[in-house]
Design a protein around this ligand. Structure first.
Ligand SMILES: C[S@@+](CC[C@H](N)C(=O)[O-])C[C@H]1O[C@@H](n2cnc3c(N)ncnc32)[C@H](O)[C@@H]1O
Length: 463
């Protein structure tokens, strides 16, 4: 049987049994199996597509098998999910999808081969749209129908709706759910001052002045030795919001508090280098700190990367006795804004994670704010649009900081650095980007200035 299907199955198995991350494991499994480019693309499509659409496929399997998927052995269920994906979402011929799935079942769960054959034959008798209607009809409520058909947990559907409704854009929910299920394009950043401008390398991004797409993105990355990197356009805008909120004055000190794996650190370091500022990075997980070191290696500047809990930060120990002029807090979050990129993430998160994370976000925000120099600017960023992690965490922090803090017009800052006007809704001061509206991850960006001398934008002499 095709090795691409075995690779896809083995990744699903590792995601299920060992909490593996598909985006990290798949490339190594593809390499180990020595798959051709076409087979690698098929294995990727199978793995990511199956993981994203797992909720919908489970509803289909339950109907076709006449029993809840909780009563199906996990290895058999994974074989069925892969089979349903091939039948309902790819051009694989029906007989090939069924026969290859039965062969896979013989390999991993021989006693269930007949069951797999029967279920997949039942699934193959209807089109995907018919299954969507049947699944919606079976759901207990309109929200459960949306969740099952668009393959998101119900609580995530509700959280996304709340976030959109806050902007007066509740009607965009289905477009957002669909965007979460589409493979994102590979987007690149060309580190300013260190690599050619975007227009010389490919098609410049619509919004980010340092971003681009290209027909062979990975070739460009390989050729540029870290100076051209894969990075979501929303992440670029978040880093640039901080580096371009005001002209950089030589001698400014910047901190990236939660830096791993270092995508934004690299862009900040390039921006700082161009303006004569310096950057230090911090990350609590040692392996991720190592990724930050690799990410900044291409920038010819000293960027120390410390391994520490960002809640225990002493600016003096990090070379900024008067505090930092700019701090990025790209906070640990549920990642509900990057579901396109992390296909299994939606099934791993639970509402309880939100409460735990918002507490951590608040503590990190307090630590970051304390570490600002008078007049310094904090960028609070999440790759989640969940209202508790965005406006909730920010609003509570602003209330604690009182008159010491000023929420800057972040929308104005981001619009002014964007190549084209962004369709932003909401409160007009913070920025929420969306996959369906902007083609970016759903990044939230808020810039907060600490009271005191107007360091990043004022006219004090440089230190
Ligand atoms: C959203 S990610 C940052 C992504 C990064 N800015 C980038 O663009 O590549 C959040 C990071 O915070 C780290 N983190 C979590 N808790 C932390 C803490 N208490 N102190 C410092 N870093 C923490 C996580 O390990 C994770 O690497």
């Amino acid at each position: 049987m095709a090795r691409s299907r075995i690779v896809a199955y083995e990744v699903l198995e590792a995601v299920r049994d060992s909490d593996a991350y598909a985006n990290l494991l798949l490339p190594t499994r593809i390499e180990r199996a020595r798959l051709s480019e076409a087979d690698a693309a098929f294995a990727t499509e199978l793995t990511y597509g199956t993981l994203r659409m797992q909720g919908f496929y489970d509803a289909v399997i339950a109907l076709a098998a006449g029993r809840p998927t909780a009563q199906v052995d996990p290895p058999v269920l994974d074989v069925l999910r892969l089979g349903v994906h091939q039948l309902l979402a790819t051009r694989v011929a029906t007989h090939a999808a069924v026969n290859e799935s039965v062969a896979l079942a013989r390999r991993v769960a021989p006693a269930a081969a007949g069951f797999v054959n029967a279920v997949l034959r039942t699934v193959s008798r209807r089109e995907a749209d018919d299954w969507r209607s049947l699944v919606a009809d079976e759901a207990g409520s309109p929200d459960e129908a949306l969740a099952a058909v668009h393959s998101h947990p119900v609580w995530v559907v509700r959280a996304l709706r709340t976030a959109l409704e806050r902007e007066g854009r509740g009607e965009e929910l289905v477009a957002l759910l669909e965007a979460d299920n589409a493979a994102p394009r590979v987007n690149l950043v060309s580190l300013p001052g260190l690599a050619e401008p975007p227009a010389e390398l490919g098609e410049p991004d619509r919004y980010s002045p340092v971003g681009l797409t290209a027909p062979e993105p990975l070739r460009l990355v390989a050729e540029h030795d870290g100076r051209v990197r894969v990075q979501d356009e929303g992440s670029q805008l978040a880093a640039l919001a901080l580096s371009r909120v005001a002209p950089v004055r030589p001698g400014e000190r910047w901190l990236d508090l939660c830096a791993g794996p270092g995508g934004k650190t690299a862009l900040l370091a390039a921006e700082a280098l161009a303006g004569g500022a310096s950057v230090v990075a911090n990350e609590v997980v040692p392996a991720r700190a190592e990724l930050v070191r690799r990410a900044v290696a291409a920038v010819p500047a000293d960027v120390p990367v410390d391994v520490a809990d960002g809640r225990d930060l002493d600016p003096a120990e990090r070379g900024a006795p008067d505090g930092f002029d700019r701090i990025l807090l790209d906070a640990p979050c549920t990642g509900l804004g990057a579901l396109r990129r992390r296909p299994e993430a939606r099934w791993r998160k639970a509402p309880a994670d939100v409460a735990e994370l918002t507490e951590l976000q608040g503590e990190l925000a307090d630590s970051a704010f304390r570490a600002l120099a008078p007049g310094g600017v904090l960028a609070y960023v999440t790759c989640s649009p969940h209202a508790s992690e965005t406006h909730g965490t920010l609003g509570r922090a602003l209330a604690r900081w009182g008159a010491e803090a000023e929420l800057l017009d972040t929308a104005d800052v981001v619009q002014s650095l964007s190549r084209h006007p962004l369709d932003l809704a909401g409160d007009g001061r913070t920025v929420q980007l969306w996959p369906h509206r902007h083609g970016t991850d759903a990044m939230f960006i808020a810039l907060v200035r600490r009271a005191g001398s107007d360091r990043p934008s004022g006219d004090e002499p440089a230190r």
